[in-house]
Write a protein that binds this ligand. Structure first.
Ligand SMILES: C[S@@+](CC[C@H](N)C(=O)[O-])C[C@H]1O[C@@H](n2cnc3c(N)ncnc32)[C@H](O)[C@@H]1O
Length: 228
């Protein structure tokens, strides 16, 4: 028996490597840790959250499914209180800016053995940019559709190199259209955001600020003109 996860969390769970010490940052109800343990992926998970209420919810889930001893809870702002021997770090359901901020405060995650699984609700640009400019590389991205919205889940490792790329990459990653409806939906959402920013800045005569958006739109024209 296992609990049923949302498509968004299930997509993230599929990326978790087996039998490793794992943390779910911002766990809320602790459904993802419960799913990982009950599915036999790992029996060593920390369900972490900044809020006492969410952790109480997680404790209820742990008790309901008798998962004590396999999942512990931790009141922590981001990765602040998380044990440094953790190898799988999951952060789902937060904005990309906050995810980047949390990662930026934890120098100890700069280690080849550590795997990051990140599911930004918005601003995936900030996550890719942070990773690329801080010695991490993205090995894969997965897409899903959950209650009508399209999401990306980013998987990354540290290699200590300067992996910086251009804005086009930070907005879209290495995606190729047509692979799946979710992927296409995600690309369309990104294009809509870039176009809105560009048009807003042009209307207020902020031409210098609008230029980077114009450059990304040129890239879109070259690759996916049918989506413009
Ligand atoms: C929208 S819920 C997401 C729950 C679950 N991870 C998911 O994706 O469905 C966001 C959770 O992140 C927690 N959170 C927000 N900021 C945090 C931080 N800096 N450190 C840890 N948890 C945080 C909130 O308390 C909340 O429980």
């Amino acid at each position: 028996m296992n609990i049923v996860l949302t498509e968004r969390l299930r997509t993230a769970a599929e990326l978790v490597r087996c039998s490793r010490k794992t943390v779910d940052v911002g766990t809320d109800h602790g459904y993802l840790p419960a799913f990982l343990v009950m599915g036999g992926i790992t029996d060593n998970v920390t369900a972490a959250d900044i809020g006492k209420g969410p952790l109480e919810n997680a404790e209820k889930t742990i008790a309901k499914y008798s998962l004590e001893g396999k999942i512990d809870t931790c009141l922590s702002d981001g990765l602040e209180k998380i044990s440094h021997d953790t190898q799988e770090i999951i952060i789902c359901g937060m904005g990309g800016t906050l995810i980047a901020e949390i990662l930026g405060k934890a120098e100890w995650i700069k280690h080849e053995e550590i795997h990051l699984i990140l599911q930004p609700m918005t601003h995936s640009y900030d996550v890719r940019k942070f990773l690329s400019e801080n010695g991490f590389y993205i090995d894969t991205e997965k897409f899903c559709t959950d209650t009508g919205r399209d999401y990306v889940v980013i998987s990354a490792f540290y290699n200590g190199k300067d992996n910086s790329r251009d804005d086009f990459y930070y907005y879209f990653g290495d995606v190729v259209t047509g692979k799946s409806e979710s992927e296409l939906g995600y690309i369309k959402k990104q294009i809509y955001y870039i176009k809105s920013r560009y048009e807003g800045l042009m209307m207020s005569h902020n031409f210098a600020e609008a230029k980077p958006f114009a450059d990304v739109l040129d890239g879109v024209k070259g690759k996916w003109s049918e989506l413009l």
